[in-house]
Design a protein around this ligand. Structure first.
Ligand SMILES: O=P(O)(O)OC[C@H]1O[C@](O)(CO)[C@@H](O)[C@@H]1O
Length: 568
C-alpha cells in the first residue's frame, strides 16, 4: 500500500470546511443580486454557455476550490491521462478515450507508441464497412440488403451508443441519412428484451453487432448466442458470417464465437467500457444507421472539448469548473445526489448514460492507494427530460431534499413547431420552463410573499419554498452530432476531475464483480436442480427459500427443452 495522504488532510480541504459556515450565512437570493459575481460565474466555450451563478458559491469559494485542485494535483493528473500513463493503476492500464476522437495527425502515446494511427485504421474500416452495408454492396445470405441493425451489448457497451442514437434520431441531417434504416439495442438478458428487439425484424435483412469489450459478459454472450440461433434457424448456420459482426478488444474470443475476424472491429484495453462510445462500440452501430460523416462530426465535438479540457486555465475550463463544483456540493455542502435535467426529449437517454459514467467511476470506498476513505465519493445521479420531470420528482427537489440540478437547454429545437394562434412556439414553451425552474429553486417563495398574496394562513407553510437550492445551466446552440459530442466529453471529464480531487481510481469498477460471481453460483444451482433434481444447497436460509420457491413454482419448465425463441 502506498502513501496514505488523503485530500481531506490538506489545508485547502480544511479551509473549505470552515468556509461552509460563511456560505450557510448567505442565501442564493442575495448572491444572485450581486451582478458582478453572476457575471464572473458565466462562461462561453465553442458555442456553449455555462451559467453556474446559482451554485451556493462565491468567487472566494471558487478560489478555494482551485487551491483544492492544486493540492490534489489535478493538472498533473490530467496531463498524465493525456500522456497515456497507466493512471488506472488497479488494472495497470492507461486511460485514453481522448485518443478515440483525436484528429488523424495527433500524437497520443501509450507505452511510447502513438495510438492515433490504429484508432484511425479502425475508423477507416468502419467507414468502409458501414458504407458497403448502407449502399447494399454487402448483402445478407439471401442477397437482400441489410437495413436493420441490432446492437447487442450492456453497460458501457450500450448506454453511450443508445444516448447518441436517441439524440440523433430527430435531427434533420441524421434523419435523412437514416431513412429506411432501423437501429435497435438489445441489452438486458431478460428474454422480454429479446422479444422486443426482434419483433418486426426479418433475419434476412438484419445485421447483428455484438459489442463487448471482454466478449465474456454473461448477458451479452447469451443474447449473442440467442440471436445467432435466430439467424441460423431461419437462414442456416452459414448465414452467421454475413449477418453477425463484432466489436471487442478480445478478437480471439470473437473468432471462437464463430464471427469472421475480418468482420471484427477492435478497440483497446486503454478504453474503459463506460468511456467507449467514441470507439467502435458506438461508432460502428451509429455509422451503420447514420453514415460515418455524421459520426465524425460527433467525434469532432468531443475532441474540441478534449483540447479545451487539456489546455484551458481552470478558471475558464468547463469540465474542471463543473467537477470542482460537484465536489463542493457533495463533500462540503453534503448534497449526495445530482439531477440531470435536459430540456430536450432527444436527450432522454443522457441521464442514464451519465449515471453509469459517474456512478461506476466515482462510487468508491478507498483511495487510489487502497486507503479507506473517511469521506464519501461519487453522487447519486438521476434525471429525466424537462418538463416531464417537473410533473414527477420536482416536488421533492423544490420542497424536500436539496438536490443540485443540471439544467441543459438547447437554443434551436431539432423539430420546431409553431401554431398560428399560440402565444409562443412549442419550443419557447419548453424553454420557459428551462429558464424558470432554476430561479424557482434559487429564490423560493417566502411566507411574507404568500401573506401579501392573501394566502390562507393554514396553507402558508405548505406553499412556502425555502429556495437556496443550487443548480447550473448549460445552454447548447443546437443539438446536432457535434454538440452531442461536446456534451458527452464535458460530462466524461467532469467525472474525472471529481475523481482526481477525491484521490480515487475513477477508471476501475471492482464493485460490479461480487454480484456477478454470486450469480454464477446460482446459475450452477439452477442447472443442477432442473437437470438432475438436486436440492438447493450452499445458500443462506433466505436465498435457499427464494430459489426453492422459484424452482417449485416453475417445475413445468422442461428439463431438456428444445430451442424456443420468442413468438411476438
Ligand atoms: O463490454 P463488456 O466487456 O461486455 O462489459 C460491459 C459492461 O460491464 C461492466 O464491466 C460492468 O457492469 C461495465 O463496466 C461494462 O461497460
Amino acid at each position: 500500500m502506498a502513501s496514505s495522504t488523503l485530500i481531506c488532510d490538506s489545508e485547502p480541504w480544511k479551509e473549505l470546511r470552515v468556509h461552509v459556515e460563511d456560505i450557510k450565512k448567505t442565501h442564493l437570493r442575495d448572491l444572485m443580486n450581486d451582478t458582478s459575481r453572476c457575471h464572473s460565474m458565466m462562461m462561453e466555450f465553442d458555442g456553449i454557455l455555462l451559467d453556474y451563478s446559482r451554485q451556493r458559491a462565491t468567487t472566494g469559494t471558487l478560489n478555494k476550490l482551485f487551491n483544492l485542485a492544486e493540492a490534489a494535483r489535478v493538472k498533473e493528473k490530467i496531463n498524465r491521462m493525456f500522456n497515456g500513463e497507466r493512471i488506472n493503476s488497479t488494472e495497470n492500464r492507461s486511460v485514453l478515450h481522448v485518443a478515440l476522437r483525436a484528429p488523424r495527425d495527433a500524437v497520443i502515446n501509450s507505452d511510447g507508441k502513438n495510438v492515433v494511427p490504429e484508432v484511425w485504421q479502425v475508423l477507416d474500416k468502419i467507414r468502409d464497412f458501414s458504407e458497403r452495408v448502407r449502399s447494399g454492396a454487402w448483402v445478407g445470405a439471401t442477397g437482400k440488403a441489410l437495413k436493420d441493425v441490432v446492437a447487442i451489448g450492456i453497460g458501457g457497451s450500450f448506454l453511450g451508443p443508445l444516448f447518441v442514437h436517441t439524440a440523433l434520431q430527430t435531427e434533420a441531417e441524421a434523419i435523412e441519412c437514416a431513412r429506411g434504416r432501423q437501429l435497435r439495442f438489445l441489452a438486458n438478458v431478460d428474454p422480454i428484451d429479446i422479444a422486443r428487439n426482434i419483433t418486426g425484424l426479418n433475419p434476412e435483412t438484419t445485421l447483428v453487432v455484438v459489442v463487448s469489450k471482454t466478449f465474456t459478459t454473461a448477458e451479452t454472450m447469451l443474447n449473442a448466442r440467442t440471436l445467432r440461433e435466430w439467424i441460423s434457424s431461419a437462414l442456416g448456420p452459414q448465414a452467421v458470417a454475413k449477418h453477425m459482426v463484432a466489436v471487442s478488444t478480445n478478437l480471439k474470443l470473437v473468432e471462437q464465437f464463430g464471427i469472421d475476424p475480418n468482420n471484427a472491429f477492435a478497440f483497446w484495453d486503454w478504453v474503459g467500457g463506460r468511456y467507449s462510445v467514441c470507439s467502435a462500440v458506438g461508432v460502428l452501430p451509429l455509422s451503420l444507421q447514420y453514415g460515418f460523416p455524421i459520426v465524425e462530426k460527433f467525434l469532432k465535438g468531443a475532441s474540441s472539448v478534449d483540447q479545451h479540457f487539456y489546455s484551458a486555465p481552470f478558471e475558464k475550463n468547463v469540465p474542471v469548473l463543473l467537477g470542482l463544483l460537484s465536489v463542493w456540493n457533495v463533500s462540503f455542502l453534503g448534497y449526495s445526489a445530482r439531477a440531470i435535467l435536459p430540456y430536450s426529449q432527444a436527450l432522454e437517454k443522457f441521464a442514464p448514460h451519465i449515471q453509469q459514467v459517474s456512478m461506476e467511476s466515482n462510487g468508491k470506498g478507498v483511495s487510489i492507494d487502497g486507503v479507506p476513505l473517511p469521506y464519501e465519493t461519487g453522487e447519486i445521479d438521476f434525471g429525466e427530460p424537462g418538463t416531464n420531470g417537473q410533473h414527477s420528482f420536482y416536488q421533492l427537489i423544490h420542497q424536500g431534499r436539496v438536490i443540485p440540478c443540471d439544467f441543459i437547454g438547447v437554443v434551436k429545437s431539432q423539430q420546431p413547431v409553431y401554431l398560428k394562434d399560440e402565444v409562443v412556439s412549442n419550443h419557447d414553451e419548453l424553454m420557459s420552463n428551462f429558464f424558470a425552474q432554476p430561479d424557482a429553486l434559487a429564490y423560493g417563495k417566502t411566507p411574507e410573499q404568500l401573506q401579501k398574496e392573501n394566502v390562507a394562513e393554514h396553507l402558508v407553510s405548505h406553499k412556502t419554498f425555502s429556495g437556496n437550492r443550487p443548480s447550473l445551466s448549460i445552454l447548447l446552440p443546437s443539438l446536432n452530432a457535434y454538440n452531442i459530442g461536446q456534451l458527452l466529453a464535458i460530462y466524461e471529464h467532469r467525472v474525472a476531475v471529481q475523481g482526481f480531487v477525491w484521490g480515487i481510481n475513477s477508471f476501475d469498477q471492482w464493485g460490479v464483480e461480487l454480484g456477478k460471481s454470486l450469480a454464477s453460483q446460482v446459475r450452477r444451482q439452477l442447472h443442477a436442480s432442473r437437470k438432475k433434481g438436486e436440492s438447493v444447497e450452499g445458500f443462506n436460509f433466505s436465498t435457499k427459500t427464494l430459489i426453492t420457491t422459484y424452482l417449485e413454482a416453475s417445475a413445468d419448465v422442461p428439463s431438456d427443452p428444445s430451442t424456443l425463441l420468442p413468438k411476438i
